[in-house]
Write a protein that binds this ligand. Structure first.
Ligand SMILES: [Zn+2]
Length: 333
């Protein structure tokens, strides 16, 4: 039985495996420029953020109907359950779909057909976080929030993703203020390839409660102290960092130093179909590459539930945390 954990940094579009991409392409009559799944899987071997994003957006063309989004989520959930995930806070990128003529309602209702029954069907509680594409305009983000208003009972919060450099958090001040007024939780990608100042800006200008990635905080001691003092969770994605060259090799990942500094770190999978592993694979990879012991692994699992947006159901959080404390590691951690 795998270590129980929450997944807090997972883009549902990034769970699209080549087999499902081909199945949906066939169902919807969408041509793909790949002869078969092996050729597509080879294309998943990109070497920087832009080449990843190009493929990521290209493949989204196969997602057209509510059924497609339901199938996408229903493919992820059993994989997550098998990786020990008890709770998942799942990102989606509505602008990437709306730009292709797929309505907000199609995306949200489709995902919800799977997520609304995820606890009963897969033993995984789920929440949905709507991300804005930071390389799109602030006006587009505001329009997207407006389009989401009929579906806010299905969406717990907002996030900010896609190409970071040149798109500082402050660009989205207005939409984050509007979202806060609607009672939405707020997170943002910051300090992945962007500088530590973007982390500070996300906290001060956008009022975020968690930082997605955030590993570049380690370049600024005062910022690290602040993140520790304010108990700001960081959702790290180690295999993603290696694939997108945020770190050269996993053995050089700053995770151990971050934990030693007292940061509230969590380990997540980001876009697992593309980055070579789901969340338990990330846990195992850091354990092996960085020599993390069982208590460090337990700390990462504990942090994932501490950092979860479960304030509306503290009983559930307490149950998950008790599971982590009671977990018996198998012969090998
Ligand atoms: Zn991400």
């Amino acid at each position: 039985m795998p270590l129980p954990k929450a997944e807090l940094h997972l883009h549902i579009e990034g769970t699209l495996e080549p087999e499902l991409a081909f199945a949906l392409a066939a169902r919807n009559g969408v041509p793909l420029p790949y002869a078969h799944t092996d050729e597509l899987r080879k294309a998943y071997q990109f070497d920087d953020l832009q080449s990843f994003l190009n493929l990521y957006y290209e493949l989204m063309a196969v997602l057209r109907t509510e059924q497609d989004f339901e199938d996408l989520a229903n493919a992820y959930l059993p994989r997550a359950a098998a990786q020990g995930v008890r709770h998942a806070e799942i990102f989606f990128d509505p602008q990437a779909h709306i730009a292709r003529g797929v309505a907000m309602g199609t995306v949200v209702e489709g995902l919800w057909r799977a997520l609304g029954r995820s606890t009963e069907n897969h033993g995984v509680s789920t929440q949905l976080i709507m991300c804005f594409l930071r390389d799109e305009s602030a006006e587009s983000a505001l329009e997207t929030l407006e389009a989401a208003k009929p579906y806010l009972d299905r969406i717990i919060g907002i996030g900010l993703d896609s190409a970071e450099v040149g798109h500082p958090p402050a660009k989205f001040r207005e939409v984050y203020e509007a979202a806060a007024a609607l009672g939405l939780r707020r997170v943002a990608h910051a300090g992945e390839e962007g500088p530590p100042e973007y982390i500070t800006e996300a906290l001060d200008v956008l009022g975020v409660e968690r930082i997605d990635h955030g590993l570049r905080c380690m370049e600024d001691d005062a910022l690290v102290e602040r993140l520790v003092r304010e108990r700001v969770p960081l959702t790290l994605c180690p295999l993603s960092n290696v694939r997108l060259r945020a770190v050269d090799v996993l053995a050089e990942h700053p995770l151990p130093a971050m934990l030693d500094a007292g940061l509230l770190c969590t380990v997540n999978s980001d876009d697992p179909a593309y980055f070579g592993g789901y969340v338990a694979d990330n846990f195992h990879a850091v354990r092996d590459a960085l020599g993390l012991d069982q208590e460090r692994m337990r700390e990462l699992a504990r942090n994932s539930f501490v950092a979860s947006f479960l304030e509306h159901d503290e009983e559930r959080r307490a149950r998950y945390l008790a599971e982590v404390e009671a977990y018996d590691f198998p012969g090998r951690p």
